[in-house]
Write a protein that binds this ligand. Sequence first.
Ligand code: IPM
Ligand code: MN
Length: 339
Amino acid sequence: MPVHRIGVIGGDGIGPEVIAEGLKVLRATGVDFETVDYDLGGMRYLRDGTILPDDVLDEWRGLDALYLGAVGTPEVPPGIIERGLLLRMRFELDLYINQRPFVYAGPPVTVGGGGAVDGSAEIDFIVIRENTEGTYAGEGGFLRKNTAHEIATQGSVNTRHGVERCIRYAFELAAARPAKHLTMVHKTNVLTFSGDLWDRTFAEVGAEFPGVDTAYNHVDAACIYFVQDPGRYDVVVTDNLFGDILTDLGGAVSGGIGFASSANINPNGVSMFEPVHGSAPDIAGRNLANPTAAVLSGALLLDHLGETDAADRVLKACAATAHLTGSTTELGDAIADQL
Ligand code: IPM
Ligand code: MN
């Protein structure tokens, strides 16, 4: 394999700490790669106003992958870095799939039970979250702002093209897994326009995959099943906002958000890998964050680059160390030692 060129955005808060451990583990696999560091995020913005320059975006298009820690800091008002950096990255690089795997085989971790209701506590599912549309698209605005009659709207943008490519990706993924099962999650009983488009598209694309069994859950019911019976899921496909919320819940029931990894994928371009968690300013700089989510995101990155053997070894190393407690660097060392 040629040397992989990876752009690294440590970001804010615990981002740089967990990414350092992720890179330590990636290096321990023996896979050859070069890194290019990008100093971006809330702290950089506070320093000189930079959020995401166009020439940086152009550089990223020429790399093999991007590896991001977390961005956002309480000193910057909400939305500026999220929209200007993270969402802009997802939109401009057309990272239309947000793939978030949840695997857990330990004792139940939530009051609701966690694990499967039959007590086997087996969780092994992947959420495919549409990543470029929905309420995240930025449609809407204010009228009469700062008056007593102020109006704020925030629409959900759903294109046939965007919904279809996301659903097709989910079907292809489900078809390649042993269980071959795909659940669509939406709120078709209330969102009768966007839900209808998702519903029809799901049925039409599904006709191309007769080998995949399907189910549908309203998102509120899915929240119950995620907690009480997550063993029922194999692949889940849903829109951007439902997927955002459901994947935090998925993390909570499968070992904790410190284990939740994600891939922001453009199947025809550069993709970006990041833990599901945020910058956690409350524990930043104290060597306290669990780096496993960042390490597992590194495994997704390896897999995406075709380094499947190295990816498998990282997964196994994380499984072997999942019971350990320790500092960020201790856990990173323990995972790297396994390799
Ligand atoms: C995530 C995060 C982001 C999102 C935020 C930071 C904009 O919560 O990746 O899940 O809402 O997508
Ligand atoms: Mn989120």
